[in-house]
Design a protein around this ligand. Sequence first.
Ligand SMILES: Cc1cc2nc3c(=O)[nH]c(=O)nc-3n(C[C@H](O)[C@H](O)[C@H](O)COP(=O)(O)OP(=O)(O)OC[C@H]3O[C@@H](n4cnc5c(N)ncnc54)[C@H](O)[C@@H]3O)c2cc1C
Length: 604
Amino acid sequence: MNSSFPKRAQVVVVGGGIIGASVAYHLTRRGVTDVLVLEQNQLTSGTTWHAAGLVSQLKSSHSLTKLATYSARLFEELEDETGQATGYRTPGSISVADNEQRWEEILRGASMAKGIGVETRIIDRDELNEMWPHIYSDDVVGALYIPKDGQTSPVDTTVALANGARQRGARIIEGVAVTGLITSGSRASGLSLSGAALQGPKVVGVETEQGTVEADTVVLASGMWTRHLAAQAGVNVPLQACEHFYIVTEPIEGLDRSTPTLRDPGNYTYFKEETGKIMAGFFEPRGKVWNLGGVPRDFSFGTLPEDWDHVGPIFERAIKRVPVLGECGLQLFFNGPEAFTPDGVYYLGEAPELDGCFVASGFNSVGIQSAGGVGWVLADWIADRYPPMDLSSVDIRRALPLQADDDYLAERIPESLGLLYAMHWPFRQYESARGQRLSPLHKQIEAAGAVFGEQSGWERPNWYANEGQERTYEYSYAKQNWWANAGAECEGVRQAVGLFDQSSFAKFKVLGPDALEVLNHISVADMDVEDYKTVYTQWCNPRGGIEADLTVTRLGSAEFMVVTSAGSHTRDWAWLRRHARCHNVSISDVELHRRLLCGYGIPE
Ligand SMILES: Cc1cc2nc3c(=O)[nH]c(=O)nc-3n(C[C@H](O)[C@H](O)[C@H](O)COP(=O)(O)OP(=O)(O)OC[C@H]3O[C@@H](n4cnc5c(N)ncnc54)[C@H](O)[C@@H]3O)c2cc1C
């Protein structure tokens, strides 16, 4: 036991990858300097050290694009501030489409980029061939160039962030694993809780191999280790490691540091110039799960074995785009693990199950380019208790208990990896791990011709096929094949009658002397209405931001039923639970059978 080992820190960050380093860096920039980063091995030794280092700015939404563009700016400036070179440079990137639909997808991205101020330019075949000398471009329908896209050295960038954090007072200790989280209060699992629930379950520190450290806030930036560590404290972070592959060739003429990154999603490959060689990385249509049971504590700078059976067919397609790959020697076949999530988007924010426990993990192969922005918004979230912008698409409060299941993850994660380079069709439905939650009317709905879609694990009838019509989606950016069916259904409801099945909606009962007070405090609308009246309302935070959009039905003088969408089940439950504290009220989650008594003297 080391006697100089810290006993307390305001914030403990678990994990010294690029994410943990960036969170520490940004916390100290926000003036939160009593930060302790604990890394079980060495900085960068998890996934960060072997990343390709691509920094692209265009993401699936405005807010994620904002985070990525912030990262790019930060990586550019870090060296001046910290004295540590990051290796960041901006050769740009090119995305190519080999069919019209892919080209439309790329153009839609370019249109969003324009709105956010990310410069893009359509290039013709001659320019493409000039910028990427070894490309086969005869089948290319369109190519988009993003001049400011960059590449960085993941290790050097992490060290720069860590240095910046240290310079402002953060402590970083390597070689010490966090073995558990210490919590106060009780979890919302059993039937009845009383006095302890007044405070709510809160993280108060961590257990480590060197003893206990008290903390007000703990950040789980522990990469692919996070799921199992968090689960010990009842926090659900459903992610899973997958193998991720790239190759590096021998030196090839014609490439230099100005050669842009080349993305060819139709052939599941990206190509990057790497000291005069080509690095080609793959996002195969079905990923390969690694170590479902958890990642060993001592997996440090680890690599996984070659698997040509798995990668061979994709490599063949890469050769089609860059034929020189089939002629040159390969210096390296690399296989390393990375954490992926069921919907292909990372997790950020305060865990709904445990106050003060923040999550920043599951980066789906974009952790380097996301790191700057993630550090910024998470530091603000911790310091202000609110995120600085709408981050609902990455909020940890979208994770579902059913997603913690090994079988679920083994089925879904290979698909979510594959979807990264697939067509991102509107209304695209997952094919794996389906049928998790069924309405009591499922069989009847199916018999009526339902074609299902998935929402938060629920099978919901998205449209009804006509007699003899195939029950499949024909995806497109134009009207899809179910357009007329949906129209007929709307017409039917308008002209005749329809049955609205709300089984998939989350339902919370709020009961007790303070029920009205609690609901009126968090709702925009007035809940003091006559019995059996349903009120549509929003729940807003003190800054006027919308936290929830739902209905509340009064069932009696001190009894209410909250009905909210399946997608915001966990989020709205957490909001209600936190606001019901210190009140004479009992809240229960009807579907998950969890119940909290938040005060005393509750009528049963
Ligand atoms: C082949 C490959 C290529 C990639 N290319 C790119 C790319 O071009 N661009 C891009 O943006 N991303 C890329 N990525 C993804 C990127 O590498 C990751 O998203 C990123 O490194 C994740 O960082 P992290 O800090 O979350 O995780 P890690 O780097 O894994 O850091 C987590 C750290 O937590 C530590 N830890 C875990 N548990 C504990 C504990 N209990 N106590 C103390 N410490 C603990 C681990 O030892 C580890 O060091 C690539 C990934 C792979 C595999």
